[in-house]
Write a protein that binds this ligand. Structure first.
Ligand SMILES: Nc1nc2c(ncn2[C@@H]2O[C@H](COP(=O)(O)OP(=O)(O)OP(=O)(O)O)[C@@H](O)[C@H]2O)c(=O)[nH]1
Ligand SMILES: [Mg+2]
Length: 469
């Protein structure tokens, strides 16, 4: 099914099912000549005579010359199309059988079925998009929150591409400057001083460091943060899940041990997507089923990228809470972000519980948030703390490049470690040895945006697309 590059491809670009209209897209050198065989503009002109970039109403005919449909046809001439190739888009009535029949006509007239993401892959190959922009296209299609959509939009506009291009150019200037002196010592080439090389490396390092840090936000907005709600029984964990989910997702009762299994839900907490797990309350128990639940709670804690640690101060901190503090402290010491929640704030006086609050703050290294999870208006305060944790509150207002997936993060990390090595090498072994590290950093950046990418990586990215995109 997957066409060889160079052939003309066709696919239905709208979702399967009944709809007002459907679009069949045909792209490749022969797109117009293939479509001319069965599409006849009402004006009597041939498709190839239609003014470039314009639309026309046309009859779409079956193999016997019978009318299949009247459709609106858009003709794009290379390179002025999404793919950079000749492209015809057939907007027909949105029936399942009708759309399939028109697709079949394109295939019987010489097109081949497009593979997943093949139109966008061709746009990438034609230099219309960088790899990060192609990923932003997937991001726009997959976005489930306004924030994820906004971030993908910024990246499709090329925010990351501009940033990585600038870093790549800095590295290229340094490498070519140093090698020119080494290779042509007799030429009168203006040489880069060691200080200039050092400044260049430091500026590339700072820019890469900023990109690397941005993944905290990009991951939280686009991929979602694995979050556990953790605490002893009856502290209000399930009430917090329901508060964030804005629905009665979990059973809440005043009986300790209500939740026995892990309950999962994806919610948008402002700009951050949380992949939430509400867990069984952790405490010592002889009950066999409950002890399995406790084990699952601890496993969820160990996998979490954000911990909501819940305490009920209306009853004061006890030995079970201390056990919770120990578990959470261990994860916090590994760098996992924690939001400590003193719940049921309607039932306690914050002055009288000052000692408990500062005990939690000292153990977890974060000021707890006082919450009344039963009250819907407290959602805002919790969401705002979550947004602050992931620095996600106002990214869309800026043109700051934010990287959004693990592939991009790994490539930036690689580039950064080579640039760091270059800086260390510069002092001990000189500029020419440092440059070989800078070349490796350029290789990592090339992988990042597609300049030097392997076919496997390209395949794995475009296979995440739907057919027709
Ligand atoms: N007054 C008050 N009660 C609350 C608050 N949050 C939760 N509760 C009550 O506390 C009780 C326990 O709440 P849950 O959400 O079931 O607690 P849990 O931590 O999930 O409990 P387990 O699943 O048993 O571990 C319920 O009666 C809730 O209505 C709050 O902010 N104020
Ligand atoms: Mg519960």
């Amino acid at each position: 099914m997957y066409s060889m590059f160079g052939s003309t491809i066709a696919a239905i670009s709208t979702p399967r099912g009944k709809g007002g209209i459907a679009v069949i897209r045909v792209s490749g050198d022969d797109a117009i000549t293939i479509c001319e065989k069965f599409i006849f503009p009402k004006s009597g002109k041939k498709l190839s005579e239609i003014r470039r970039g314009s639309v026309c109403l046309a009859d779409v005919k079956d193999e016997d010359g019978g009318l299949l449909d009247e459709a609106v046809i858009t003709v794009f001439h290379a390179p002025h199309s999404y793919t950079g190739e000749n492209t015809v888009e057939i907007s027909c009535h949105g029936g399942v059988l009708l759309t399939e029949s028109i697709l079949m006509r394109t295939l019987s007239c010489g097109a081949v079925q497009a593979g997943p993401g093949e139109f966008t892959r061709r746009a990438f190959s034609a230099g219309k998009l960088s790899l990060s922009q192609a990923e932003a296209v997937i991001g726009m299609i997959d976005a489930e929150t306004k924030a994820a959509l906004a971030l993908s939009r910024i990246n499709l506009d090329g925010a990351i591409r501009r940033k990585t291009d600038a870093i790549y150019d800095t590295l290229k200037t340094l490498v070519s400057g140093v090698y020119a002196i080494i290779d042509f010592p007799d030429e009168d080439l203006s040489s880069l001083s060691e200080d200039e090389v050092r400044d260049g490396i430091i500026s590339a390092m700072d820019a890469l460091e900023m990109l690397r840090r941005s993944y905290k936000t990009g991951h939280a907005v686009c991929e979602g943060v694995k979050t556990v709600i953790f605490g002893k029984p009856n502290t209000g964990k399930s009430t917090i899940l329901n508060l964030l989910a804005e629905k009665e997702r979990a059973i809440v009762t005043d009986v300790a041990g209500t939740t026995r299994d892990v309950i999962s839900e994806t919610v948008a907490a402002g700009n951050v997507t949380l992949r939430l797990s509400d867990t069984a309350g952790v405490h010592g128990t002889d009950d066999f089923v409950e002890s399995i639940g406790v084990q699952k709670s601890i496993e969820a804690l160990e996998e979490a990228e954000l911990i909501l640690a819940v305490f009920d101060l209306s009853r004061g901190l006890d030995a079970e809470d201390e056990e919770i503090l120990t578990h959470v402290e261990n994860r916090a010491s590994l760098g996992v972000p924690v939001i400590a929640i003193c719940n049921k704030s309607d039932l306690f006086d914050s002055e009288k519980t000052e000692a408990d609050i500062s005990r939690i703050a000292t153990a977890l290294g974060t000021e707890p948030i006082l919450l009344c999870a039963k009250n819907e208006t407290s959602r805002e305060a919790l969401v705002s703390r979550i947004e602050t944790t992931f620095e996600s509150s106002d990214f869309s207002a800026s043109d700051n490049a934010v990287i959004t997936n693990a592939r991009q993060f790994a490539a930036v990390n690689d580039a950064l470690s080579h640039v760091r090595s270059a800086l260390e090498t510069l002092d001990f072994l000189g500029a020419d040895t440092a440059c070989s590290e800078l070349e490796l950093a350029m290789g990592s950046l090339g992988e990042f945006d597609g300049r030097q990418v392997t076919i496997d990586i390209v395949d794995s990215i475009f296979h995440r697309f739907c057919v027709g995109k």
